[in-house]
Design a protein around this ligand. Structure first.
Ligand code: ADP
Length: 743
């Protein structure tokens, strides 16, 4: 996987942006439950009152609260509240009377304070509230009455009842108060503050504050904020999707381009190493695997950990006492995922191989359909295909079965976790140790955490697949191409045109034990035809391929126009050569475009001449569209012999200095063969012609004939000479020619 990381380099900016956006998205999503909890806790339960320290409080209220406070809290409160006249006829007074219509003549208002002071004041008022609750409880216990109304659960506190207790509090020894205060401090600080709000609300009510208005405005404020954050998260999500698609498809495009460029430069040795089908799979399927991984990976690899870790932090902040539920759920989840993956992962890897195998069988079957039908082996092939197909289906099914447990398991886990959280949370809420909103938020965090673990585990499926694909791509990319252009290419000797010299050339195919060619030396001169004949497997085509530098010689050297072909650019070398392969290969297009393939600027006359020499004019003119007749992909709409003639025309149109006809006349009938050779002789004029042939009649008139056997030259000379001197040649000739011709 690391191997193809360099392909991400051009997209580094997009990648950084995606990660930043993922952070934004994750942070937004992590914060949403928090706001929801605020709406429930403050907005609904506390009527939108956020602070235990009221903004304004009546004189009686202040007296009651300060009686309950410790000396230091009292000092703090005195410092930050000031006594004002509510009915002053000045601006301030009017403001107070509109805000607090039921206020008496004087009231305490909170000065401008910073956050931390407000926090301390909240704690002071909260502690006072709990001290009050504890005092009430104590009194109830002492008087033997059943606990009166539980203050913590009463929504509307009757303020007059509170003030009725003031004289009792005044009489109370300081010790009793401080012990009640100590008990109050046992509570969680947030619970202290939240309970403080209850009394604050009573004090606001006493002053005639419109609590409904406070509540509505709080809910609207937090609600809009929540909406905005959700929107921001949504926008980030869309942008991340956009970026990740852009990056992954860009990487895929570059990978394909790089692969294609590399393969374009492959010599035959490299093609021998990878099969064509495997190269196609690598360029398409494997690249897609990497692309899919990137799309998922960019989103998940960054997002899941942020969500997971962020979720844990936020959940713990909401309720430390319930964190164990999440820990337990995660341990169970990881355990189950590990077990499942350990079962399924090896199978995932196997699938890749099975797909390859199925491809192989399918490809062989399709390309060899004729042979299979001719030999009536459909049944056998069907079995072979079915075996591969079944195996793939079985493995896929197995994986799906294992994975099908995942969903119900996840549902059980999530619902179980929900149940436990609600159960335990409800008890804590009843004990005033937790607020409803916090429990709801905790629940959402728990689910977020579980989901993030699930996403991470999904990566375990994509990573191995993608890494296999990346490995296969890399294998192609890092293949060393042996046939390379020299660093300082030489140019050809212009005085010699088309002179080919083989000097002691030996060649062995990669991995082969035997030499395909041994000590081959010959010279093919311009204006002459050099023919190579010999039994199949003698090495005739190998000579042609070496001259084209599809392979490099193992020993010896090949000179063209006096220059070693390894010292010139491959492009320059091949431009000199018109090569007609054994199997005519055409590309999709028209007849004209195929003939012009080697020289795009050839005129129509030249194309026509080439076609004429190649004896292709007859069948071309029979077609209604003539030279513009379409050629299907792979040239399937012309016959083998027509293909060969068009290939020959293509080579002729380039007007090369050297012609190589690699057994190019084999699919022609004798009459065409004769006519073609005659026309060729006239047309090729000063070029060097190298003809590989099986038929003696094709090469009888060649200036030089090389007889090849098991990679060695066993005879050379003209037809006549060879009949006398070379028994192998005589053997071939006598099997093909009549007695008269042999003489
Ligand atoms: P001819 O054209 O005379 O029929 P070739 O030149 O095609 O013979 O092959 C010569 C020898 O090299 C044969 O024994 C053949 O099996 C072997 N050969 C041909 N192509 C390859 C290859 N790509 N890899 C390994 N061996 C090969």
């Amino acid at each position: 996987m690391v191997k193809i990381a360099k392909f991400l380099k051009p997209f580094i900016l997009g990648l950084v942006m995606a990660v930043v956006l993922l952070f934004v998205q994750a942070i937004c999503e992590i914060n949403l439950p928090n706001y929801m909890s605020d709406i429930v806790n403050v907005g609904l339960q506390q009527n939108g009152i956020e602070h235990a320290a009221p903004k304004a409080i009546s004189e009686d209220g202040m007296k009651l609260m300060t009686t309950l406070m410790s000396e230091s809290d009292k000092k703090l409160v005195n410092e930050h509240y000031m006594l004002v006249a509510a009915s002053d006829k000045n601006e301030k007074g009017e403001e107070y009377s509109s805000l607090y219509p039921k206020a008496g003549s004087m009231l305490y208002v909170l000065k401008d304070v910073d956050e931390s002071t407000l926090d301390s004041l909240d704690t002071a008022f909260g502690t006072a509230t709990w001290t009050f609750i504890n005092v009430m409880k104590d009194m109830a216990e002492k008087s033997g009455q059943a606990s009166q109304e539980d203050m913590t659960s009463v929504k509307d506190v009757d303020i007059s009842k509170l003030y009725a207790i003031q004289p009792v509090l005044d009489m109370m020894p300081e010790q009793a108060l401080s012990s009640a205060r100590d008990k109050a401090l046992v509570n969680d600080i947030t619970i202290l503050k939240q309970s403080g709000v209850m009394l604050a609300r009573a004090f606001y009510k006493e002053l005639g504050v419109d609590i409904n208005k406070i509540q509505t405005s709080y809910i609207i404020r937090v609600g809009s904020l929540m909406l905005a954050i959700a929107l921001l998260g949504g926008v980030a999500t869309v942008l991340v999707s956009l970026l990740s698609s852009k990056i992954s498809s860009g990487v895929a495009r570059n990978l394909r381009k790089e692969l294609f460029n590399k393969i374009e430069n492959f010599s035959n040795r490299e093609f021998d190493k990878f099969s064509t089908a495997s190269l196609i799979t690598r360029c398409t399927n494997d690249v897609t695997q990497v692309q899919v991984f990137l799309i998922m990976g960019i989103r998940m690899i960054c997002y899941a950990p942020i969500m997971g870790i962020g979720g844990v932090i936020m959940a713990v902040r909401k309720s430390v006492s319930m964190s164990w539920i999440i820990a337990l759920a995660c341990i169970v989840l990881i355990g189950v995922i590990m077990v499942m993956l350990s079962i399924a992962l090896p199978k995932f890897k196997a699938i890749q191989k099975l797909v390859d195998k199925l491809n192989l069988v399918a490809r062989e079957n399709l390309s060899g359909m004729m042979v299979i039908r001719a030999f009536g082996t459909q049944e056998h092939e069907k079995d072979r295909f079915e075996k591969a197909n079944d195996e793939l289906a079985r493995t896929t099914l197995f994986i799906n079965r294992v994975m099908s447990f995942m969903m119900p398991f996840m549902m059980i886990l999530m619902n179980g976790v929900t149940l436990v959280i609600v159960w335990i949370g409800a008890h804590q809420i009843a004990e005033s140790a937790l607020q409803v909103g916090d429990m709801m938020a905790f629940l959402q965090y728990a689910i977020q955490i579980i989901m993030s673990f699930l996403m991470i585990s999904a990566m375990f499926i994509f990573v191995p697949r993608a890494s296999v694909a990346a490995g296969r791509i890399d294998e192609v990319l890092k293949t060393e191409i042996l046939v390379k252009d020299p660093e300082n290419p030489q140019s050809f000797d212009e005085s010699k045109k088309g002179l080919v010299e083989f000097k002691n050339v030996s060649f062995r195919y990669e991995g082969a034990e035997e030499y395909a060619l041994t000590d081959i030396s010959f010279t093919a001169k311009p204006g002459e035809t050099t023919a190579i004949i010999g039994p199949t497997g003698a090495g005739k085509s190998t000579i042609a391929q070496l001259l084209l530098r599809f392979y490099d010689v193992t020993e010896g050297e090949i000179l063209v126009d006096g220059v070693d072909i390894r010292k010139v650019r491959q492009k320059d070398l091949r431009r000199k050569i018109g090569y007609v392969p054994q199997k005519g290969i055409l590309l999709s297009g028209t007849i004209e475009s195929n003939i012009k393939y080697g020289r795009k600027d050839a005129s129509h006359d030249e194309v026509e001449t080439a076609a004429k020499v190649a004896q292709a004019l007859d069948f071309i003119s029979e077609k209604p569209e003539g030279f513009n007749s379409p050629i299907a992909q792979g040239g399937t709409n012309v016959s083998g012999g027509q293909k060969q003639r068009l290939s020959i025309a293509r080579a002729l149109a380039t007007k090369p200095e050297i012609f190589i006809f690699d057994d190019s006349f084999s699919a022609l009938d004798f009459r065409t063969d004769v006519a073609l050779r005659k026309a060729l002789k006239e047309h090729t004029g000063g070029s060097t012609v190298i003809v590989v042939a099986q038929r003696v009649s094709t090469i009888m008139n060649a200036e030089q004939i090389l007889v090849l056997d098991e990679g060695r030259i066993v005879g050379r000379g003209t037809h006549k000479e060879l009949l006398k001197t070379c028994p192998q040649y005589y053997e071939i000739a006598s099997s093909q020619l009549s007695r008269e011709e042999l003489a």
